[in-house]
Ligand binder design. Structure first.
Ligand code: KIV
Ligand code: ZN
Length: 515
């Protein structure tokens, strides 16, 4: 029996980035977009082009780079948003404008302050306007999960007539329950007379932990596009996780009449890349991509797996990209091998100087830790790119004294706007002392919200990857740093966060009340 294609629409770079502190810069987004293309994601939602100049540039760069996936930009149902999305996508091999407006009574009344008839009119106008700029237009009914089905039928019929080719039904606040949500999707497809002219899509949030279950229920009822993110990243509790959706329909091919074109062996590398770039660690027991997802602890399970793996394993670790973490390079590797591996990872450099600088740092790292893995290279590249940027704070020197029974002390020398400044402080531990010394110089008036350390690879010579989250005046930023010395990694992460605060460019949020 031939199966329908389930379109995988990844929104890690748009909804994922709306997760507090998950902001990514243009280069980081490009690296993730390339990984998504390698994964064979059908549609990459690259951002919300009107949010800021930086967001526009990111969508544009991704549209100009990616050839094998459709690149999409979000736009509210407003001419200015749609123009900006169209402009960012104009050089895409395949582009899509995704426009939306809220359709639930609570959103129409309190957020939009619009009458339902006016919402229908705005939606139709937006879709027609977008179709003038792009043949591929998606329309979303924001908060569809709490919208009235009669109203959904009415507005969707009209937007399909206006030219929308994909109709997305978001459960914006994660309120739906699988059976009910699946039924709604089935009803919409059945009741809307022109539903056969569009692909029905779902976009589920995970507030009740049901995003994947709701999406799968929708697929069983006729949805043929699922919007999801790597590691389930996304606003609040996140979105449906790409890896879980893809592996569920593949593993239970006996139940799902669909298949995706995802190269599942790219799943774990993509998960690690997103985690490294955003600083959001993957919990060990996370399905598919968690460190324990394929680890068997109990003796009974191990015995069964050794005798016949299917006794306890429903998927093979290698099929989702575990164990592809080859040792790629060591201290004897040459520049050509180094460059080739970076190219395979989708990493390129604008100048030879940048390549040489990265190569030199790779040699230094290989001296310290012998085996350099893909994850090390990703962290190294992030570090080099940051160092090359015109940043306010740079680490010049860190000297930490920590001895059993004595109070730890840190001396820090920073380059601030081109001049060197020094400070020393004691602290509860070496990290605390380092952060205090940095703060003595920066006086940032920010609050530390999160400090987390992860080993990038296994072994005690692994680089420590540190995330620091700071909050100032309601704005949240994440900073990242990696080093084989975790105190240095911590200082780099703190300074990275301070640099984000200093760079502070305001961005519009697509779902903010201001329409
Ligand atoms: O959750 C949501 O409703 C969205 C839309 C903008 C698609 O992210
Ligand atoms: Zn969303």
């Amino acid at each position: 029996m031939s199966k329908d294609r389930l379109i995988i629409f990844d929104t890690t770079l748009r909804d994922g980035e709306q997760s507090p502190g998950a902001t990514m810069d243009r280069d980081e987004k490009l690296r993730i977009a390339r990984a998504l293309e390698r994964l064979k994601v059908d549609v990459i939602e690259a951002g919300f082009a009107i949010a800021s100049q930086g967001d526009f540039e990111s969508v544009k760069a991704i549209a100009e780079t990616i050839k094998d996936s459709t690149v999409c930009s979000l736009a509210r149902a407003k001419d200015a948003d749609i123009d900006r999305a169209g402009e960012a996508l104009k050089n895409a091999a395949s582009g899509r404008i995704h426009t939306f407006i809220a359709t639930s009574p609570i959103h129409m009344q309190h957020k939009l302050r619009m009458q339902p008839d006016d919402v229908v009119e705005a939606a139709v106008k937006a879709v027609k306007y977008a179709r003038n700029l792009c043949a591929d237009v998606e329309f979303s009914c924001e908060d569809a999960g709490r919208s009235e089905i009669d109203f959904l039928c009415r507005i969707i019929e009209k937007v399909i007539d206006a030219g929308a080719r994909t109709i997305n039904i978001p459960d914006t606040v994660g309120y739906a329950i699988p059976e009910q949500f699946g039924h709604t999707i089935g009803q919409l497809i059945e009741r809307i007379p022109n539903s056969h002219k569009a692909v029905f899509s779902v976009h589920c949030h995970n507030d009740l932990g049901l995003a994947v279950a709701n999406s799968l229920a929708a697929v069983l009822n006729g949805a043929r596009q699922v919007e999801c993110t790597i590691n389930g990243l996304g606003e609040r509790a996140g979105n449906a996780s790409l890896e879980e959706i893809v592996m569920a329909v593949r593993t239970r091919g006996d139940l799902f009449p669909v298949e995706t074109r995802i190269d599942t062996t790219g799943i774990v590398p993509a998960s690690r890349l997103v985690s490294t770039i955003t600083g959001f660690p993957v919990q060990p027991n996370k399905a598919i991509v968690g460190a324990n997802a394929f680890a068997h602890e109990s003796g009974i399970h191990q015995d069964g797996v050794l005798k016949h793996r299917e006794t306890y394993e429903i998927m093979r670790a290698e099929d989702v990209g575990w164990n592809t973490n080859r040792m790629v390079l060591g201290k004897h590797s040459g520049r050509a091998a180094f460059r080739a591996r970076l190219e395979e990872l989708g990493i390129s450099f604008d100048t030879n100087e940048a390549l040489n600088d990265t190569f030199q740092r790779f040699k230094d790292l290989a001296d310290k830790k012998h085996e350099v893995f893909d994850e090390d290279l990703q962290a190294l590249v992030s570090d080099v790119k940051k160092a090359a940027e015109d940043e306010r704070y740079k680490l010049v020197l860190l000297d930490v004294a920590s001895k059993t029974g004595e109070t730890p002390e840190a001396r820090v020398v920073l380059n601030v706007d081109g001049s060197e400044v020094e400070a020393s402080c004691e602290g509860a531990g070496p990290v605390d002392a380092t952060f205090r010394a940095i703060e003595q110089i920066a006086q940032s008036d920010s609050m530390l919200q999160l400090y987390s350390v992860n080993a990038i690879t296994s072994g005690t010579d692994s680089q420590g990857e540190v995330t620091v989250r700071l909050e100032r005046g309601g704005r949240i930023v994440n900073g990242h740093g990696a080093d084989t010395d975790i105190i240095t990694a911590s200082a780099k992460a703190y300074l990275d966060a301070l640099n984000h605060i200093a760079a502070g460019v305001p961005r519009a949020h697509p779902q903010a009340a201001d329409v």
